[in-house]
Design a protein. Structure first.
Length: 70
């Protein structure tokens, strides 16, 4: 199986927002991977980028995902 390149389409300032975006994109048939900043997810810090959750999609879905989030 060939792995697809993932691209970031959104940076959320917490897991709740990222989960909502993930659900919206997945309803449209876009696969989503959430990448967490590890320290922020452990201690729940949202300052200086800690707690940031990056919403990642396969490159072939990037344009559609960005349109949906605009």
């Amino acid at each position: 199986m060939v792995e697809e390149e993932l691209v970031q389409v959104y940076a959320a300032s917490g897991e709740a927002t990222a989960s909502l975006i993930k659900g919206k994109l997945e309803q449209a048939g876009i696969p989503v991977l959430l990448r967490y900043e590890s320290l922020g997810s452990v201690v729940g810090v949202l300052a200086d980028g800690l707690g940031e959750v990056r919403v990642m999609v396969p490159k072939r879905f990037e344009e559609l995902a960005r349109q949906m989030l605009a």
